[in-house]
Design a protein around this ligand. Structure first.
Ligand SMILES: [Zn+2]
Length: 382
C-alpha cells in the first residue's frame, strides 16, 4: 500500500499525504509511520508514477504477434528489424539492441548495435529494461518515413503488456512507446512487435543479447536515469522486512507478563471458540485493560485504584486470585490445578517464562477463569 501510494499521480490527495505521514510525532502516530520507517532507506520519491489508465479506451493498440511467425514484408518502403534484449547481473540491469535496416530501393542491409546500462538491479528489472530499450530505439528512429519497423524480443511479458497495457509497473515506458509509435505512424511508418521464443534461433536477437550482457559487465557505468520500478522496489522491501516476533518495547506490559509467547498463533486457539461475551472478558484479563479500578484509575475513569474490599489495588491478579469478595467464585478454577494456583499465565492461556517449548494453553482452566470472572459481574458495563 505504501508503494502504491507513492506511485499515484501528484494530483491524488493521498500522494500528497505521504509527506505528512513521514513527519515525526511521538504520540498519535499513524500506523503507516511504521511502514514508512521500515522503508526509509528507499528513496520513494524516485518511484515511477502509475496512472489508472495507460491509454484511452479508443486508442488503437499496437500490433503484436506472439507465437506465429511470418516473413517480414518486402514492400516498396524500407524495412527495419530491431532486436531488443535485456540482462540482469552484477547488480545491474542493462539492455542491448541490434538493428537491421534496409532503406527503400536498396538491397544492401545496414547493421547497427548499441548497449545501455540502465540502472541498478534494485531499481529495474529485465522486463522494464526491455520496455525502456524499445522506447529508446523508437526515439532514435523518429525521422524515418514509410518504413515497416518490427521489434523483436524474447520477453513475452513485455509484448503482452504492449498489446494490453494496464495500471501496472513499467507504465511510463509503455506510454513513451505509444507516443513514439503515433509519431512514426504520422510519417507513414508501420510499427509492430514480435515475440520470439527461446527455442527459435534468431541471429539479430543473439547480437542484442551480446550487447545487453556487455551493458552489465562488472565495471559498467550507469548511462541513464530511469524511474524506480514499483514491482522491483516492492519485492526488495518484502525480502528485507523480516517479520518482528516480539511486541515493541513499552507496549503491553501486562500482556507480556501474562503471556511470554506473545505474539503467537495460540491466541487464535484461545479466542476462536469463545462467545463474544467470553472473548471480551478474556481480552480484558489478558491485556489488563479491564473494568477494574487499577486500570480505570489510570485512564481517569475512577477516583481510586483501590479495590472495594479495601485490602489492595484492584489489579487483574487481585481480582482473579485474592479478593475476598469473590472467594466463592473460585472453586471451579481451583479444581484445574494444584501446582499452578495463583499463576496468571496458566489461568489466562499464556506461557510462563518457566514453561518449556512443549507448552500449550490449558483451555479448560482458561474457560474456568472466564466463567468465574463473568459470574462476579464485575467486568461488565453497568
Ligand atoms: Zn478486593
Amino acid at each position: 500500500m505504501w508503494t502504491d501510494m507513492y506511485t499515484l499521480p501528484e494530483t491524488n490527495p493521498l500522494r500528497r499525504g505521504t509527506d505528512r505521514i513521514r513527519k515525526f510525532r511521538r504520540y498519535h502516530r499513524s500506523p503507516l509511520y511504521q511502514v514508512a520507517d521500515a522503508l526509509r532507506h528507499i528513496d520513494m520519491e524516485t518511484l515511477e508514477t502509475i496512472n489508472p489508465f495507460t491509454l484511452a479506451p479508443w486508442d488503437e493498440r499496437v500490433q503484436t504477434d506472439v507465437g506465429v511467425q511470418h516473413e517480414a514484408q518486402t514492400e516498396a518502403g524500407g524495412y527495419m528489424q530491431v532486436a531488443v534484449s535485456s540482462s540482469a547481473r552484477n547488480e545491474l540491469v542493462g539492455s542491448g539492441v541490434a538493428i537491421e535496416k534496409r532503406p527503400p530501393r536498396n538491397r544492401k542491409l545496414k547493421h547497427k548495435a548499441l548497449s545501455t546500462t540502465l540502472a541498478a538491479r534494485v531499481e529495474q528489472n529485465p522486463f522494464s529494461a526491455e520496455l525502456a530499450a524499445m522506447a529508446h530505439v523508437l526515439n532514435t528512429v523518429t525521422g524515418l518515413k514509410g518504413y515497416t519497423i518490427t521489434l523483436l524480443t524474447r520477453n513475452k511479458a513485455a509484448v503482452l503488456t504492449l498489446r494490453n497495457p494496464r495500471q501496472q509497473s513499467g507504465q511510463e515506458f509503455v506510454c513513451r512507446i505509444y507516443k513514439l509509435i503515433k509519431r512514426l505512424q504520422r510519417n507513414g511508418n508501420h510499427v509492430q512487435f514480435r515475440w520470439i521464443s527461446t527455442s527459435e534461433d534468431n541471429k539479430l536477437l543473439g547480437l542484442a543479447k551480446e550487447q545487453a550482457r556487455a551493458a552489465t559487465q562488472e565495471d559498467a557505468l550507469l548511462q541513464e536515469r530511469a524511474p524506480r520500478m514499483k514491482s522491483t522496489t516492492l519485492n526488495l522491501a518484502r525480502s528485507q522486512a523480516a517479520p518482528r516476533d516480539t511486541l515493541p518495547a513499552g507496549v503491553g506490559k501486562h500482556a507480556k507478563r501474562v503471556d511470554a509467547a506473545l505474539p503467537g498463533k495460540h491466541t487464535r486457539l484461545l479466542y476462536d471458540r469463545l462467545s463474544w461475551k467470553e472473548a471480551t472478558v478474556l481480552a480484558q484479563l489478558r491485556t489488563g485493560m479491564a473494568r477494574l479500578n487499577g486500570y480505570l484509575y489510570r485512564i481517569n475513569a475512577a477516583d481510586t485504584d483501590q479495590c472495594a474490599c479495601g485490602q489492595a489495588k484492584e489489579t487483574v491478579e487481585h481480582f482473579l486470585f485474592r479478593c475476598r469478595k469473590w472467594t466463592t467464585h473460585r472453586t471451579d478454577m481451583l479444581q484445574h490445578t494444584d501446582t499452578h494456583r495463583g499463576n496468571l499465565s496458566f489461568y489466562l492461556g499464556g506461557k510462563s517464562p518457566s514453561d518449556n517449548e512443549k507448552w500449550a494453553p490449558h483451555l479448560d482452566a482458561v474457560r474456568a477463569s472466564i466463567r468465574s470472572a463473568i459470574a462476579t459481574g464485575r467486568l461488565e458495563a453497568t
